[in-house]
Write a protein that binds this ligand. Sequence first.
Ligand SMILES: C[S@@+](CC[C@H](N)C(=O)[O-])C[C@H]1O[C@@H](n2cnc3c(N)ncnc32)[C@H](O)[C@@H]1O
Length: 226
Amino acid sequence: MSGIGAWINDAAHHVPPSVHLYGIDLYPTHFPERHPSNVHFLVQSIFDMPAEWSNTFTLANQRMLIGSFLPGDWRKSARETFRVLKPGGYVQMLELDARIHQVLALGPRSRRLEGVINAIWRERGMLTDPAGVLPDILKECGFVDVTVETRTAPVNRKSGAMGALHLYSISQAYRAMGEAIIRAGGYGVVSSVREFTDLVVAAREEWAENEAASATFVMIYARKPQ
Ligand SMILES: C[S@@+](CC[C@H](N)C(=O)[O-])C[C@H]1O[C@@H](n2cnc3c(N)ncnc32)[C@H](O)[C@@H]1O
């Protein structure tokens, strides 16, 4: 889940070197070669963390699993996270509100892309509205003080550096879905990964020039009781 370690490497600069941070992911190829010496990367699934990690961590950070988790996975990860946190420890989950697909339907190319993305999302029963589901899951797992904060961020080149950055990262996230979409048959819209990539690039250019192109991010945080 640490992916390329962007969050954990940044977090390491905000804590004393005596604080150790552990990043886990299924795939070691994502781990960065360079990282602070108090950051440790482990090949490990969130669903079955080591038994000896029970009641160990002060903070658990989970970010952008919305495109990776199937419906039952959210509860499994929340249950395991509850187990490994110390009493009084916090979990924070940052996710994209995937109803973004509607927000980005800002032109003919975007609408074609929206059709494909919504089709695979629906077929797999994936979460679209994290704020609508995760708070209850966290409460069921025993967390308290569940809090949700949402922020809307620009996804266009008209809104400064942040808008350009989101434009890049969100279009890259869509591009990464190409193989899965073609394996699923292309939903009558695209017939090759190349064609899908071209569609993402064309849609991105529609968002780029439209100040209304934005995405909503949801932060859900909660505490394990003492
Ligand atoms: C979209 S990336 C997000 C990476 C990182 N959290 C970030 O925000 O930069 C999702 C990551 O979750 C990892 N992942 C998916 N299922 C996992 C699991 N069951 N256990 C651990 N990592 C998992 C994937 O390998 C991928 O690196």
